[in-house]
Design a protein around this ligand. Structure first.
Ligand code: OSB
Ligand code: MG
Length: 369
């Protein structure tokens, strides 16, 4: 397979409601779509970097730069035997996983289409539908949060995740539990705490949470291990897991009992598969996280979520939870049973609405071999 043409589209996607986390508020999701062409087929990927370096050091600007200056020269016009080789081909570039992942995943889609197979099959997936959870940002008050939770439960979502930060944590969780004693519930701190908060975090242990996601810094493993020894609730790492080697370190140290896999954060599908298999071999359950992706990134996440060691509901919600109009057809829908059915067509299995992409693009550029 040879990538003969690679195009980048920098788009702005307006969220149906602002999303607030411990690191800030998002109204509009900028994203870079990657389109690769070869012979008669094309593949699509999405760069999940944000406007600023908050969740990770990458931004849409650094990703555009890294792809155009460093990734394209290694990929364009070169014979690529398998999408499994892309990660190695890009290994001279240190870090910049989101930039790499956008291109790598587009190449997986292209490959699956050339093979005439759905992407989830190519990745080794085994499910016809995946479990949907929903991630709810920090709200003005608890009443608002309780109402939102009620609405999502009525829609069928199988698990509720709420964002926490200092001053929006134990009391909020207690109120949610009073209202909804039995729902599958988890919290995500996006690294808002330090080990000095260990007593406060221990209080969360009484609320039967599925997990506590990333309480401490994105570059910490040791303090997470200390906390995990002190509580029963599983810790799940998100930001700290930037590669398979970080997973090995986290498991060796006992820093967590669950891993959130985001292909964008770890450099694409190949590393996601390695992490998935590594966790499976150590009986550590995984699930697929989200970055408020458009339908392109969502389709890739759905494909990954069909792997056998994905054991919790994912942060993969219906298109309508994020955007008025998604850029793929059909958009993703969550069933009353809280599931999304896996597209059976070739590749990512959904059609990209190219005119919609052009319309929303603030910047576009194509490169030919
Ligand atoms: O920490 O999981 C996170 C969104 C952007 C950045 C980081 C995170 C999130 C979410 C939303 O929680 C997940 C989704 O896409 O539904
Ligand atoms: Mg998270």
């Amino acid at each position: 397979m040879i990538v003969e043409e690679l195009s980048l589209y920098l788009m702005n996607m307006k969220l149906v409601r602002p999303f607030v986390t411990s690191f800030g508020m998002t109204y509009e999701r900028p994203c870079i779509l990657v389109r690769v062409k070869s012979e008669s087929e094309e593949g699509w990927g999405e760069v999940v970097a944000n406007r600023g370096p908050w969740y990770s050091y990458e931004t849409t600007y650094t990703a555009w730069h890294t792809i155009t200056k460093f990734i394209i020269p290694l990929i364009l016009g070169k014979e690529i035997e398998s999408p499994r080789d892309v990660n190695r081909i890009l290994s001279p570039i240190r870090g910049h996983n989101m930039a790499k992942a956008g291109v790598e995943m587009a190449i997986w889609d292209l490959y699956a289409k050339l093979e005439g197979k759905p992407l989830f099959k190519v990745l080794g997936g085994v499910k016809n539908e995946i479990e949907s959870g929903v991630s709810i940002g920090i709200q003005k008050d608890v009443e608002k949060l309780l109402k939102l939770i009620g609405g999502y439960l009525t829609q069928g979502y199988r698990r509720i995740k709420i964002k926490i930060k200092p001053s929006w944590d134990v009391d909020v969780v207690r109120r949610v539990r009073e209202e909804y004693p039995d729902i599958p519930l988890q919290v995500d701190a996006n690294a808002a705490y330090t080990i000095k908060d260990i007593e406060l975090l221990k209080e969360l242990d009484q609320y039967s949470l599925l997990m506590i996601e990333q309480p401490f810094s994105y570059d910490d493993l040791v303090d997470h291990a200390t906390l995990q020894r002190a509580i029963e609730t599983p810790i799940c790492l998100d930001e700290s897991i930037s590669s398979p080697s970080m997973v090995r370190s986290a498991l060796a140290l006992g820093s967590c009992k669950v891993i959130n896999i985001k292909p964008g954060r770890v450099g694409g599908h190949f590393n996601s598969l390695i992490i998935h298999d590594l966790c499976a071999s150590e009986d550590v359950p995984c699930w697929i996280g989200g970055m408020l992706e458009t339908g392109v990134g969502r389709a890739h996440n759905v494909a990954l979520a069909t792997l056998p060691n994905i054991k919790y509901p994912n942060d993969i919600s219906g298109s309508d939870r994020y955007y008025e109009k998604d850029i793929v057809e059909p958009p993703f829908k969550v069933s009353k049973r809280g599931t999304i059915s896996v597209p059976k067509e070739v590749g990512i299995g959904v059609e990209v609405l190219v005119d919609e992409v052009y319309k929303k693009s603030r910047k576009a550029k194509s490169f030919k071999a």
